[in-house]
Design a protein around this ligand. Structure first.
Ligand code: GLN
Length: 289
């Protein structure tokens, strides 16, 4: 079989199983297996695919048919232009979350100290450090398995980006701590950012099988009204936020007003809601007195 025939077969197998974006998935899996790119597949559609590659492709197509997320099969997700390793222990970085990172970057100045609460793959903290100068940060998560992924990502993406003589690469700039929210956190930060679990518990069964069955429930479940983590983080963050420091949250599309009110009640000022490119509320932030 050649590239074209393999791709057609893969696409059809995904389509008949009702996998969303079957064409894209079939192509990305073939690129992955044959270690090639979109252009080569297109221009050299008649190139033969080895038996080993055909076998590996068929196996991945089968797994994708069972709704294992594409990113778990290829092991990476691009976020903010950086390739993050992912697995079943972390939430796959979402494009929506880039809005959160962009809002923080507007307020992140050289040398600031950042805390990423519920860091998962580390994608938020690592992007912030990658695109700033001399900043340092802590990523906290309840899951030690998630932190293994985050540490690996920090090592591959931040090492070599030494910001001054005393900096020793990723380990000096990003530290990852296992604990229940602020349990292991010491000291104060200029910015605290979080994309906590925020799905209403009853809504979880409505999610796509990729998310519902393969992503960590603990990264999704925000309690009965989805707001449990916002309440806890707002309550516990005050002692860890410098005066004038800022708190940034990703939120669900219908949680903007509720989270804004929680921040106002906790005496945050200049509380704002930011929309994503779909026009939906996506980020809420405020400044501590
Ligand atoms: N945005 C994610 C989703 O739609 C949920 C992320 C979260 O709960 N933090 O699945």
């Amino acid at each position: 079989m050649n590239y074209r025939e393999c791709y057609d077969k893969g696409k059809e197998a995904l389509q008949t199983a009702g996998v969303p974006e079957a064409e894209l998935n079939a192509r990305l899996l073939l690129e992955y297996v044959c270690d090639t790119d979109r252009n080569t597949l297109l221009v050299h559609g008649d190139r033969e695919v080895t038996a080993t590659e055909q076998e590996a492709y068929a196996m991945l197509i089968e797994k994708r048919r069972s709704r294992i997320p594409l990113q778990h099969l290829i092991g990476v997700q691009n976020f903010m232009g950086l390739d993050f390793q992912v697995n079943e222990h972390v939430l796959i970085p979402r494009q929506d979350t880039e809005i959160l990172v962009e809002e923080v970057l507007k307020n992140l100045h050289d040398g600031m100290r950042v805390l990423d609460m519920c860091t998962g793959s580390g994608c938020i903290l690592i992007s912030l450090l990658y695109y700033s100068n001399g900043c340092t940060g802590v990523g906290a998560d309840l899951s030690e398995n998630a932190l293994k992924v985050a540490r690996h990502n920090a090592e591959t993406l931040l090492s070599g980006r030494v910001c001054d003589d005393t900096d020793d690469g990723a380990n000096g700039r990003a530290e990852f701590l296992q604990g229940d929210l602020f349990e292991k956190i010491h000291g104060k930060f200029d910015i605290i950012v979080s994309n906590p679990p925020y799905i209403e518990r009853e809504e979880i069964r409505e999610l796509m099988p990729e998310v519902r069955e393969h992503e960590p429930l603990s990264a999704l479940d925000g309690g009965a009204d989805g707001l449990d983590f916002y309440r806890k983080i707002i309550d516990q963050c005050l002692v860890h936020l410098n005066g004038g420091g800022m708190l940034f949250f990703e939120i669900g599309y219908d949680q903007g007003e509720a989270v804004k009110q929680l921040l106002i009640q906790a005496n945050f000022h200049e509380v704002s809601i930011v929309k994503d490119y779909a026009g939906l509320d996506r980020v809420v932030y405020g400044t501590r007195f």
